[in-house]
Design a protein around this ligand. Structure first.
Ligand code: MRU
Length: 342
């Protein structure tokens, strides 16, 4: 069982954050100091820091860094626009940046940096508490003796707390319900192969890695009793954007009557997005599909279809596991009351 690690650390006195550089894992545990908005934007775009809830915290920290440098309106507005434009799909990033900007503009410039550092730190504390509640709420949905399939990375690396789907898996393991966790590679950037298996092994959870293309066969053969993923944005009707490949898992799970759960904090639900068709989907560079880490396997010049996310219709989701409890269909109503809670 590995030593605890810190995916993000705030150092307000130095107007700096330190992130665990997720592009170097699992080969190297390298930490990077980020002290400018430009550096935070680069780290987000390159997926050095990633995962929907952690992106929210990184965005809030980026605004605090901006205010420490220059707390005037123009500079903060520019920082907010730059940070929000880095990755469009995860709702937490844009929402956290917008909230920080609003809070800062409501007070005099002199107090803004302190306020934003305090808010970012409170957000991280709230995340840790929220993730623990997701884990507890979801573990009971995993029948004793189950193997679980998950996709992408939803652990501490993705949230700063215990994770979302990963927190459920970990709690189910600690409660003696789980026999094994299957983790997809998650092409093309391998968050499952590089990050989820690393986190599973550190927690001592029996782990099996599979190519994304083997997931339907695993589900069809009865090899898993539960499929559980995280989410990057959940629309008001329950349609859910998550790492590309999630839709295929949900379809296979429905066809072979395996429950498909989505675990996410309430901050991932976006009441301003009516349904999945309105969720902005990030498309990434063709080079990510044509090769990996400098090794090229496709011929130069070929075009690629490389969406980072897909949308799973609400009708394929058995339940949402949130930091405010479980939501069952009909989702529009359940999501509205979840977001009404103070
Ligand atoms: O592109 P990424 O690695 O930021 O995508 C992350 C995911 O899709 C996760 O599954 C999602 O953020 C759920 S998070 C806890």
């Amino acid at each position: 069982v590995g030593a605890p690690f810190t995916p993000i650390r705030l150092i307000p006195d130095e107007a700096t954050i330190v992130i665990l550089d997720q592009t170097a894992l699992p080969a190297r545990e390298e930490y990077a100091r980020l002290s400018s908005v430009r550096a935070v934007c680069e780290a987000i775009r390159a997926l050095r820091v990633r995962g929907a809830p952690l992106l929210g915290i990184a965005g809030a920290c980026g605004m605090a860094i901006a205010a420490s440098d220059d707390s005037h309106d123009v500079s903060l507005r520019r920082a907010a626009a730059d940070l929000a434009a880095t990755r469009p799909t995860a709702v937490e990033l844009g929402a956290a940046v917008e909230a920080a900007l609003g809070a800062a503009l409501a007070i005099e410039p002199a107090g803004r940096a302190a306020l934003l550092w305090q808010a970012a730190s409170a957000m991280l504390d709230a995340r840790r508490a929220g993730d623990a509640r997701i884990g507890k709420a979801g573990a009971g949905l995993v029948p004793h003796g189950s193997a679980v399939l998950t996709h992408c990375n939803t652990g501490a690396l993705a949230t700063g707390g215990a994770g979302t789907a990963f927190a459920v898996i970990r709690c189910a393991w600690e409660e003696g319900r789980l026999t094994r966790c299957y983790a997809t590679e998650t092409r093309p950037l391998m968050q499952g192969a590089r990050l989820t298996t690393w986190e599973l092994l550190r927690c001592g959870i029996p782990a099996t890695l599979l190519p994304d293309t083997a997931a339907a066969a695993l589900i069809a053969s009865g090899g898993v009793q539960v499929v559980i993923t995280g989410a990057d944005r959940i629309a008001a009707n329950g349609d859910t954007a998550n790492k590309v490949g999630t839709l295929g898992l949900a379809l296979a799970a429905q066809r072979f009557t395996v429950p498909f759960y989505v675990a996410a904090p309430h901050s991932t639900f976006d009441p301003r997005t009516a349904d999945g068709s309105a969720i902005p989907i990030e498309h990434r560079a063709a080079a990510e599909v044509g090769g990996f880490e400098g090794q090229r396997w496709a011929p130069e010049g070929v075009e690629a279809f490389n969406p980072a996310f897909d949308v799973t219709p609400a009708s394929l989701i058995t339940a949402f596991i949130t930091d405010r409890g479980i939501i069952l269909p009909p989702y529009a109503q359940g999501i509205a009351s979840l977001l009404d809670e103070r």
